[in-house]
Design a protein around this ligand. Structure first.
Ligand SMILES: [Zn+2]
Length: 457
């Protein structure tokens, strides 16, 4: 796309906005990009871009995987730009391009790594073609924004440029079906000790063969629709992974990945199923980018899970764990609940899963509670559940329906009252929070830490 007067006006206006924001001490906002796109709707198309673009999309895990990829690239001294501190929609991408360009828009760097929101694909894919695009998985998400899994799949199939090479999850029949005409590689896991005989989740977004809609045989059941499948009716089967995790060794926190007959061992920062997939996805993407296994291994050794997703503190013999559980996303919450059930210790769970900001605009849809596996919380090792927030009554009812005895549940309107309600019986306290409520989660943790000190005195 040619650059016209309108484009230059939008670019200069966005620069001015960025300057004002900087002067008043606000950073990481998508406002410059928003203004650029308001003034010039095809701004991203007209803006000069770095020579190579890596994209990361998918329902769950894209932020974690994008952060891992960025950390490894940085550790290997590779120069790039990314939208890590901004947003993953088109305005965030535009802001990143503007912030990392010379006066008339020429990019300062040769490589860009963009986390890309799958729902916003129509706002950027017509204007920029990633060289490689990774998709972690496709699940149902917030109903209000994402409708259902097929809706998102359809958007991606329509919008992903045909020349983009795809890195796809072979163990997700929805994800692996994306862009059938595109060049692609797959990644997948042979076996995990946590593999199941039957699916114990409420939600399965692939109940029948995606090709002929006949009955589907599930050869490996991992979680929800993730696993290996085949159809005896039409011959459809999960694709063979190019990057195969042949062995996952949870005890030594490492996995063996085979590619073209050569096996390499990579350290794992966290050994729950989701993070094994995240690490494998990052290995596949970084290898496709051109890094050697040695370069990836070296950087993986230094890595932990991003503090904004998961963090552990020990105080007065009690473990306090902050665990992300995206509100309105039944899969993310079900994964968090299963992780909590599987964690050792006597656990208390504090949760405030309300649509914290939406609440002001009265989003009344609580259907997602009934797609979420609260049943995982019905376990002897979970001695208490503390529910707080505007929708505490709804969450309480759902938890009761999951069979959790009423005497194990406390619930209240005010989140600030939650720490005082935690039973001394618990040696591990999980705080489940949404991306938008990290400050509140930290405040609750602080109260728990202070409360612990008081008790110790
Ligand atoms: Zn079939």
């Amino acid at each position: 796309m040619k650059r016209n007067l309108r484009f230059y006006f939008a670019l200069m206006f966005a620069r001015g906005t960025a300057l004002v924001l900087k002067l008043i001490g606000r950073k990481g906002t998508s406002m410059p990009g928003s203004w650029a796109i308001i003034l010039c709707p095809d701004f991203i198309g007209r803006m000069p871009k770095p020579e190579k673009i890596i994209g990361i999309t998918g329902t769950n895990g894209k932020t974690t995987v994008a952060n891992m990829i960025e950390d490894v690239l940085e550790d290997n001294g590779i120069d790039f730009i990314c939208n890590r501190s901004g947003t993953n929609v088109h305005t965030g991408i535009a802001s990143t391009l503007i912030a990392n360009s010379h006066f008339f828009g020429k990019p300062k760097h040769k490589l860009a790594v963009f986390e890309m929101d799958e729902r916003s694909a129509p706002n950027f894919f017509p204007y920029m073609q990633p060289d490689i695009l990774l998709c972690t998985n496709i699940f149902r998400d917030s109903y209000k924004r994402n409708a259902h899994a097929e809706f998102i799949l359809d958007i991606l199939n329509r919008e992903i440029p045909k020349g983009t090479k795809l890195v796809l999850n072979a163990d997700d029949p929805l994800c692996s079906s994306i862009g059938p005409e595109n060049d692609r590689v797959y990644y997948g896991i042979d076996h995990l000790d946590t593999d199941k005989a039957v699916c114990d989740n409420i939600v399965n977004d692939v109940p029948v063969c995606p090709k002929c809609f006949g009955p589907l045989v599930r050869d490996v059941v991992r979680y929800h629709h993730i696993g290996r499948v085949h159809c005896e009716n039409c011959g459809y089967h999960s694709p063979t992974p190019d990057y195969r995790a042949t062995q996952v060794d949870v005890e030594h926190m490492q996995m063996t990945v085979e590619k073209d007959g050569a096996a390499h061992i990579y350290p794992l920062a966290n050994a729950n199923n989701i993070n094994i997939y995240n690490s494998l996805a990052a290995v596949a993407m970084l290898s496709e980018f051109g890094l050697t296994p040695e370069q990836i291994q070296k950087s993986f050794k230094k890595m932990g899970i991003s503090e904004t997703r998961y963090s552990e503190t020990v105080a007065n013999g009690r473990k306090i764990i902050l665990h992300l559980a995206k509100g309105q996303n039944p899969i993310a919450c079900s994964r968090a609940f299963e992780n909590i059930r599987n964690a050792p210790g006597k656990k208390s769970v504090i949760m405030f899963l309300d649509d914290y900001f939406d609440a002001r605009h009265t989003v009344e849809n609580t259907a997602w509670f009934y797609d979420t596996d609260f049943e995982f919380l019905n376990d002897e090792s979970i001695v208490q559940i503390v529910i707080a927030g505007a929708r505490h009554h709804d969450t309480y009812v759902r938890t009761l329906l999951a069979g959790v005895p009423a005497e194990r549940i406390v619930h209240m309107r005010n989140e600030d009252d939650a720490p005082a309600a935690v039973t001394p019986e618990a040696d591990t306290i999980f705080i489940l929070y949404d991306v938008y409520t990290i400050r509140l989660a930290n405040a609750i943790r602080q109260k728990l830490l202070e409360g612990g000190k008081e008790a110790a005195k």
